[in-house]
Ligand binder design. Structure first.
Ligand SMILES: [Fe+2]
Ligand SMILES: [Fe+2]
Length: 242
């Protein structure tokens, strides 16, 4: 864990003018996910998201906005689960900028469609301790899978065969029950290899709303090329900068 990354986290917490209690509450929920090497890596230039914003910063900002939206929710709402979904929703394997699919004709393999599947597989691999209860696993997996709604997500079947998953090697280590949940969630309202529906659970829907709020406010600064790149994985603007 680097001091620079901690400063980024602090800066984001201050941006939303959170009270000390709120800051402590958020940290108590996210700290284990945050401290993981894979998360720390996403706060570096290795993982650009939009222009000067790293993927890790995007994820942290979505998590803070998820927290603010979650505070308004009533009893049957699990804020811990909602923040866990936020922290893991974009933990795909490779930086998406200029990382188009090899099979360009197969739209289900484009970054925008497949990255929630990769994120679930990585989450199950790096944070297995969060997936010990069936009920919680269901809510977390379904929240990550459908976070892009109304954008579609690739359906996972047959152990991911035919999908261009960048973390395909992890699939064999996932337990059958979690694999079944991945199949169940990514095949809800599925047509032609993609699923289009919001998360079945409030915790996921709130997180998805937070993702839109943060993404739209960032896209205002980075423009149309970034929007298109989110789908194709190819950012012409970034190529020119190189
Ligand atoms: Fe995403
Ligand atoms: Fe996101």
């Amino acid at each position: 864990m680097s001091t620079k990354n901690n400063q980024i986290l602090l800066k984001l917490l201050n941006k939303y003018k959170l009270s000390s209690n709120d800051k402590e509450h958020i940290l108590s929920i996210i700290i284990d996910i945050y401290n993981h090497d894979e998360f720390q890596k996403r706060l570096t230039n290795e993982f650009p998201h939009h222009d000067t914003v790293t993927l890790g910063e995007h994820i942290l900002e979505v998590t803070i906005v998820t927290y603010l939206l979650s505070k308004k929710k009533k009893k049957d709402y699990d804020i811990n689960t909602s923040l866990n979904i936020a922290m893991m929703h974009d933990l795909y394997t490779l930086p998406w900028q200029n990382n188009p699919s090899a099979d360009v004709d197969k739209f289900i393999n484009k970054h925008g469609f497949r990255h929630p599947i990769e994120a679930v597989i990585n989450a199950l691999t790096w944070y297995s301790e969060l997936f010990t209860s069936l009920e919680k696993s269901k809510v977390i997996i379904d929240g990550i899978i459908h976070h892009m709604y109304p954008f579609p997500v690739t359906s996972f079947t047959d152990n991911g065969e035919g999908l261009e998953l960048k973390n395909y090697n992890y699939v064999k280590n996932i337990s059958n029950i979690n694999k079944e949940l991945l199949v169940w969630s990514s095949n809800r309202f599925s047509v032609g290899g993609i699923s289009i529906c919001p998360s079945k659970y409030n915790e996921g829907r709130v997180m998805s709303m937070a993702d839109k709020i943060v993404s739209i406010s960032n896209l205002k600064h980075s423009g149309f090329n970034s929007t298109i790149a989110l789908i194709t994985g190819k950012n012409k603007k970034l190529e020119k900068l190189k």
